[in-house]
Design a protein around this ligand. Structure first.
Ligand SMILES: C[S@@+](CC[C@H](N)C(=O)[O-])C[C@H]1O[C@@H](n2cnc3c(N)ncnc32)[C@H](O)[C@@H]1O
Length: 260
């Protein structure tokens, strides 16, 4: 790994022990509910790639349902936690440590999930990563993103959404995990790329509060438009676009989960 990759991965390594627990506390469990809502679109035996999988509570549930799961993350610390979870549950998944931009299995997956991952990038690189993720989905397959919802609903609800999400972003920014960025409207971004959005589900804090989280499901067109064709592999500078500071590349297979 290059210096910037190491820096980013070390930042996430340090957060690995508390990341999932704190996000569930922060979201009153709704982050997990939003991520797991995607599984209703999939059938056992289908393949799914989780980009920026983190500690992988969603990937574990997918493996439990009999999906063929591949998990990619730049942080070995996150992947080690995921591997322990898989081992404890007697589940199997392919784990890959590396930069998502370097994963080039174009069109191979029935589904690709980018949960709370695209928000690791400023808008230009977020759009590139979204297109890259779409290019890994087979034509006709699914693309998922669960994340913070764009502000919506009543004036008070929008104000709460803005303040509550920026408070979390400030924490993550201070830990050099994410760059300061706007809250993205992924459904609109996908539509602008000519991608069919199949479902937008909203999730309220504590199930009854303001809308805070959203899960978007989309289908990659069977005939691929130029906007979703994989781009030539550029030097993806995380400098101005993420919490890292120079050019990154490279991926490593770190092991396979136990055969179930
Ligand atoms: C905000 S966390 C979300 C983790 C998980 N998807 C979840 O919902 O709990 C973002 C994850 O993306 C990973 N990540 C950030 N930049 C990456 C990159 N360029 N390539 C691969 N993984 C990356 C981080 O290590 C981290 O685990």
């Amino acid at each position: 790994m290059k210096t910037s990759e190491l820096k980013l991965s070390r930042n996430y390594d340090r957060a690995a022990w508390f990341y999932e627990a704190s996000s569930n506390l922060y979201s009153t469990g709704q982050i997990k509910v939003a991520k797991l809502s995607q599984l209703r679109f999939l059938k056992p035996g289908q393949s799914i790639l989780y980009l920026g999988v983190g500690a992988g509570e969603d990937a574990c549930e997918a493996a439990k349902l009999g999906l063929k799961v591949t998990c990619l993350d730049i942080s070995q610390g996150m992947l080690s936690r995921l591997q322990r979870k898989l081992d404890r549950a007697g589940l199997s998944a392919e784990l890959i440590c590396g930069n998502a931009f370097d994963h080039c299995r174009y069109g191979e997956y029935d589904a690709v999930a980018t949960n709370f991952f695209l928000n690791c990038f400023k808008r230009p690189m977020m759009l590139e990563m979204m297109q890259h993720a779409l290019s890994l989905v087979r034509p006709g397959g699914r693309f998922f993103v669960a994340d913070v919802s764009p502000p919506q609903g009543t004036w008070a609800g929008r104000a709460f959404n803005f303040a509550y999400s920026k408070w979390a972003m400030a924490m993550f920014w201070a830990m050099q995990l994410v760059p300061w960025h706007e809250n993205y409207n992924y459904a609109d971004e996908l539509r602008q790329l000519g991608i069919q959005v199949d479902d937008v589900s909203n999730f309220r804090l504590a199930g009854i509060g303001p809308i805070m989280f959203q899960s978007v499901a989309a289908t990659r067109p069977v005939s691929v438009s130029s906007s979703t064709v994989p781009r030539p592999h550029l030097s993806h500078s995380l400098a101005a676009n993420s919490a890292a500071d120079t050019v990154v590349s490279g991926e490593n297979h770190v092991g396979l989960g136990r055969e179930s």
